[in-house]
Ligand binder design. Structure first.
Ligand code: AMP
Length: 259
């Protein structure tokens, strides 16, 4: 089967390379029948994003063959208890520590996202990479970061997952897209854990993901109205960064198994 890797990025004030501010981005891996709808949904997302009006939208489509696609299992999902951002951030630090991230690095990570991890205290377009045992940033570009792409659900697996999650109210695109991304990220042997919360001012839920704990949703990781957010991948010592980035950004993978 032939698949298409679709990537969208949108900015305001010109292209990212010309100093435009990042508005939104998205990635899909779809077959021919779904391609047109996928492109249209991504453009729609770019135009509706709360971060602002996009005046630059770039959509890239690459055709790939199915045998090039790596199979990944969805992480199990659960929700941690937290009533406000302070509690949520404490829970995130604790979950990161239980996953193998050093306590001081976990605290560093939470502060980094809270202050805006890109230069000037802005939101990065992708994720930061931080050593799990040493609070050191390893991504080559602190504004762009690492953008995970080439990840999506195999159609039937997603349908089954949605049916299982409906009762919990989790069968929403925002949840299954983030779950797919996190499942690809922590499937890399060099990644110890991931921390994420959205830059969308109205979406305050985030997560910690790891092979040890699965995908743990945290209902509050920031206050409503806060336009900062981001992702951090915590990695083992001695990791080959270029190889990891290639696997996350380029290697096509899809979720075709449930836990
Ligand atoms: P979102 O959950 O889409 O609001 O994204 C939250 C943050 O995660 C963004 O501000 C980016 O810093 C980062 N991010 C979004 N998409 C990706 C991606 N595909 N790969 C890596 N980081 C991403």
């Amino acid at each position: 089967m032939t698949l298409f890797n679709v990537r969208m990025r949108a900015a305001q004030g010109g292209a990212h390379e010309e100093g435009g501010i990042h508005i939104s981005g998205g990635e899909r891996l779809v077959d021919r029948a779904e391609l047109t709808d996928a492109v249209s949904a991504l453009v729609d997302r770019a135009l509706r994003h709360e971060a602002g009006d996009a005046d630059f939208i770039n959509v890239t489509i690459d055709r790939i063959e199915q045998h090039q696609v790596v199979s990944i299992e969805a992480l199990p999902i659960r929700t941690e208890y937290a009533t406000d951002a302070e509690e949520g951030r404490l829970a995130a630090r604790r979950l990161l520590e239980s996953s193998g991230v050093d306590a001081s690095v976990a605290a560093f990570g939470v502060t980094l996202l809270a202050n805006g991890a890109a230069p000037g205290g802005r939101v990065m377009r992708g994720a930061a990479i931080v050593g799990a045992l040493e609070a050191m940033r390893l991504e080559p570009d602190r504004a762009r970061g690492v953008r995970v792409a080439g990840i999506d659900w195999e159609r039937q697996t997603l349908d089954t997952w949605r049916a299982l999650m409906t009762a919990d109210g989790l069968a929403r695109p925002r949840v299954w897209e983030a779950l797919a991304l996190a499942s690809k990220v922590v499937a890399q042997p060099d990644v110890v854990a991931e921390l994420c919360w959205s830059d969308d001012p109205s979406y305050v839920t985030g997560y910690v993901a790891s092979q040890l704990l699965g995908y743990v949703r945290i209902p509050h990781l920031k206050q409503r109205g806060d336009a900062l957010g981001g992702r951090i991948f915590f990695v083992r010592q001695g990791v080959d960064i270029a190889d990891l980035i290639h696997r996350l950004e380029v290697q096509p993978a899809w979720i075709d198994r449930l836990p």
